[in-house]
Design a protein around this ligand. Structure first.
Ligand SMILES: *Cc1c(COP(=O)(O)O)cnc(C)c1O
Length: 464
């Protein structure tokens, strides 16, 4: 039965969407033929679509709805702030209470001496800020030749010219003339796909040492910073071997370069601490934040900057900023989100309840014939699909073919689990209960069974 509601029938919405709406990271022609799914409402960890289906959202939107959907408090705060002061800028020697309060709160939560926040409206913008801020820092330090950023292949740092250049996504670099000059990439610590015969720990150290080799090759006097996600998210939830980050930290300490931790996914509780840097024992000079900062209820991000870097940047005018830097409504919403994360002990829930439970039941998926590894850290989890567990082989089909089949079977089972190539990933809202985690895993297993049937029927169960 069609829902009684104030919007148009699904087919009409789909036709209008196809006619006028260009979707990000989408082949819009093919989507128009297939028909887009229209999400109409959400509550807790569940979405509802225009056909009335209830879908378990194990991706928290796009890794961002940390406190879950439907929290009235955020709506109230946004309405109140819009009435009181909907907008004012922070450029011309002015400020407002939401920006002050949010910056101060982030400084309290952030580790070490990360006490200063430069606001943006997204992670991409924040990483563009980082490129300009770090180069400006070295210029003010009297070392203007230190301009080169070292990043990693298969990293995701955003989609603007600068941030997509920092990222290491080959498919993105193939379009639009990326990367911009002054950004180089080393290999990722993806043991499952690239570790060969090495043990994970040997491999982790070897991959970290590429940073030292790259610094030597370029000359330390030219390198400005290294940027990385504590755990790669969009690259497929690649949890690095335990040896990786200590070695990276050692190298950053031994050389005069800045370390930027892109916490856009790992921040605000995802790994069981406020920041992934705390979970993985990283001491960054700058952290990129967005997504979970507002649980996606309003677009806001930023760069959290150390005392030392902020002091240097403050010596002159930094000719950079966004109209919406520190937007009062977004800042007020983010502040309320942080209050809920703290008051409701949601991060403790991740650390003590949800993550240990997920770790246990997720690992059980490794016995499925299609699954080569099933790992999690906090509420980030992934599985690698393989036609041959023993050799960790890739499928002979184009990368992503098998992942897409599996993703479609997830959708058919009302589960949002994403595919990255032939890896499957989840990052559910942090409020997810153990019972709901069991339901995620039940649906995932059913989807894997159905995918396996399809893959075998189509003769795709072949190693590359
Ligand atoms: C999503 C993401 C970004 C980009 O954030 P946007 O808000 O989409 O611009 C940057 N870094 C990481 C690690 C991300 O996951």
């Amino acid at each position: 039965m069609r829902q009684i509601s104030n919007h148009l029938p699904t087919a009409e919405l789909q036709a209008l969407d196809a006619a006028h709406h260009m979707h990000p990271f989408t082949a819009n022609g093919a989507l128009a033929d297939k028909g887009v799914r229209v999400i109409t409402r959400a509550s807790g960890v569940h979405l509802t679509d225009s056909e009335g289906n209830e879908i378990l959202d194990a991706m928290a939107g796009l890794w961002c709805v940390n406190i879950g959907y439907g929290r009235e408090e955020l709506a109230e705060v946004a309405a109140r702030q819009m009435r009181e002061l909907p907008y004012y800028n922070t450029f011309f020697q002015t400020t407002h209470v939401p920006a002050i309060a949010l910056a101060a709160r982030i400084a309290e939560l952030a580790p070490g001496d990360l006490n200063h926040v430069f606001f943006a409206s997204s992670g991409s913008e924040a990483n563009d800020t980082n490129i300009r801020m770090v180069r400006r820092y070295w210029e003010l330090m009297g070392k203007p030749e230190k301009t080169v950023f070292i990043s990693r292949k298969n990293a995701y740092h955003g989609s603007s010219m600068g941030s997509a250049s920092l990222g290491g996504m080959a498919a993105m670099h193939a379009q639009g003339g990326l990367p911009i000059p002054g950004i180089v990439h080393i290999d990722q610590p993806n043991w499952y796909a690239e570790g060969g015969e090495m043990s994970p720990e040997e491999f982790g150290r070897a991959r970290a040492r590429q940073l030292e080799d790259k610094i030597a090759e370029l000359g330390e006097d030219r390198v400005a910073a290294f940027i990385a996600e504590p755990v790669q998210g969009a690259g497929g939830v690649i949890i690095p071997p335990e040896s990786y980050w200590p070695e990276i930290q050692r190298i950053c300490d031994a050389h005069e370069i800045l370390l930027i931790a892109d916490e856009v996914i790992c921040g605000f509780g995802r790994t069981g601490n406020w920041f992934g840097s705390q979970t993985l024992n990283i001491r960054p000079d700058i952290m990129t934040i967005a997504k979970g900062l507002s649980s996606g209820y309003a677009p806001i991000g930023g760069s959290v900057v150390s005392d030392a870097v902020a002091e240097v940047i403050g010596r002159g005018e930094f000719t950079h900023g966004y109209t919406y830097s520190g937007h009062p409504v977004a800042a007020a919403v983010a502040l309320e989100n942080l209050r809920i994360l703290e008051d409701e002990k949601i991060i403790e829930h991740v650390r003590d309840v949800a993550a240990p439970h997920l770790a246990k039941v997720w690992a059980g998926l490794a016995d499925h014939p299609l699954v080569g590894e099933a790992r999690s850290l906090g509420l980030l989890a992934s599985i690698a699909l393989t036609p041959d567990k023993a050799t960790r082989a890739r499928f002979a089909s184009d990368p992503g073919t098998i992942g897409t089949i599996c993703r479609d079977r997830c959708f058919a089972n009302n589960l949002v689990m994403r595919h990255v190539g032939d890896r499957m990933v989840i990052a559910p809202p942090l409020i997810i209960t153990p019972e709901q985690i069991d339901e995620v895993v039940r649906r995932a297993r059913r989807a894997l069974d159905e995918a396996q049937e399809r893959i075998e029927a189509e003769g795709l169960m072949r190693a590359a």
